[in-house]
Design a protein around this ligand. Structure first.
Ligand code: FEO
Length: 406
């Protein structure tokens, strides 16, 4: 991918990866991606974000087209995910006098990634750095989507280097959103929304914080320069509006809602689930049942758990484990939406019942607040077991109805 002039003193020097179809193991990238890096020449010479180590040759060529590495004064690392920081070790070999500018957490991560010391200036939220003819202002945005994430605002030139926020996996060789062919615009927009879903949805609370922090200058920007995908020139207002909409807090119902999820092979776990749901309803709350043998219900389940105030999860045991639909749902749960929500686990088994304990341990590891040990039944639950199921439901309801979630 060639270099491009974005504004008077800002250039794109990143690299393209048009053939990549899967990103970070689970994300689809049907239009490839780019690893964006920017060069600022407003007095001091500044690099913002880098490229993956395996793209070093292309990256070195791009930067070398516009400056000597030895002239680089600062390297701003907006976050340390290796697809953006991977080249840093090499860059520092060529630019030994450059100072890395990053948050304190980034400094620690970079030290661990490179296993070497380096010149570093750590910055905090709101700090500025005079670069001669312009000023960099740092906006620290933790959990977007790494703990060390920040954005960098080039004040006079009105450019926001937004790290991953506002980005997308979409390889547009000219690097500008305004050059995306008309017939691809809708696909680009859909891909941007998908990127939000894949990366930022669990961190919507932090997205809302970042939008608030950048509000004072976001309406005046000439360009948003994200770490993936096209530079946003034409769509600055639109993407900001889209992010407001995508990150909006879901409307909470006035009633306490408990998700009652179950995977039942022969009906015993299902009957326990229905007793738990009846108990929840008798307490004046809403119980939403999800039967994981039904594909449609399985697909709605993770979102339902995110929306609910508490969780009751029942499973059978097959091959010493909970069955696959249970783990598919678990893999889709946004951990930040469920942190400290109360949960209880139950289930019926015939032989050994390991799946129930494994599920309970996993939910605990994800930071659900487990109200007790799981309730287990060998085959059909008798009245004693059902009493324990009702108790479990009552305890989940009690904590759920007392807790407010962000
Ligand atoms: Fe490709 Fe979090 O970065």
């Amino acid at each position: 991918m060639a270099t491009h002039r974005i504004t008077d003193n800002v250039y794109s020097v990143g690299v393209g990866d048009p053939n990549r179809r899967t990103f970070d193991i689970v994300m689809k990238s049907p239009y490839g991606t780019t690893y964006n890096s920017y060069l600022i020449t407003s007095g001091k010479t500044v690099l913002v974000d880098l490229a993956p180590e395996e793209f070093w040759d292309d990256y070195r060529y791009n930067v070398g087209c516009l400056c000597d590495f030895s002239d680089i004064d600062y390297i701003v690392v907006n976050h340390t995910e290796p697809d953006h920081s991977g080249c840093l070790k090499k860059v520092l070999e060529y630019a030994p006098n450059a100072t890395v500018v990053c948050t304190a957490i980034s400094k620690k991560f970079l030290r661990q990634q490179m296993n070497r010391d380096f010149n570093c200036k750590t910055v905090k939220d709101g700090d500025t750095l005079d670069i001669g003819r312009d000023t960099l202002q740092f906006v620290v945005t933790p959990m977007l989507h790494w703990p060390d994430s920040m954005m960098t605002h080039l004040e006079k030139e009105r450019v926001l280097f937004s790290c991953d926020m506002f980005g997308t996996h979409y390889c547009e060789p000219t690097m500008f959103d305004e050059h995306i062919p008309m017939k691809m615009k809708e696909k680009y927009r859909a891909q941007t929304e998908q990127y939000y879903e894949d990366i930022f949805k669990p961190f919507s609370f932090f997205v809302r914080q970042a939008l608030e922090k950048t509000k004072k200058f976001s309406g005046k920007l000439q360009a948003i320069c994200p770490s993936h995908g096209p530079v946003i020139v034409e769509g600055v207002k639109e993407i900001t509006k889209d992010y407001k909409k995508l990150s909006a807090q879901p409307k909470q119902s006035d009633n306490t809602e408990i998700a009652v999820v179950y995977a039942s092979a022969h009906g015993c776990t299902e009957r326990m689930a229905k007793v738990a749901a009846d108990e929840i309803c008798s307490l004046g709350a809403t119980a939403t049942l999800y039967d994981l043998s039904d594909t449609e219900q399985e697909q709605k389940c993770a979102a339902g758990i995110a929306r609910a105030d508490g969780l009751l999860f029942g499973t059978t045991t097959i091959n010493c484990n909970a069955p696959a639909p249970v783990w598919r749902v678990i893999s889709e749960i946004d951990v930040y939406s469920i942190s400290a929500k109360p949960a209880g686990v139950f289930g019926s088994y015939g032989w050994s019942g390991e799946g129930i304990s494994t599920l309970s341990a996993v939910l605990g590891g994800m930071r659900f607040k487990l109200v007790s040990d799981p309730v287990k039944s060998v085959f059909e639950a008798d009245e004693d077991v059902l009493k324990s199921v009702r108790e479990l439901a009552k305890n989940v309801f009690k904590i759920a109805s007392e807790t407010e979630h962000v």
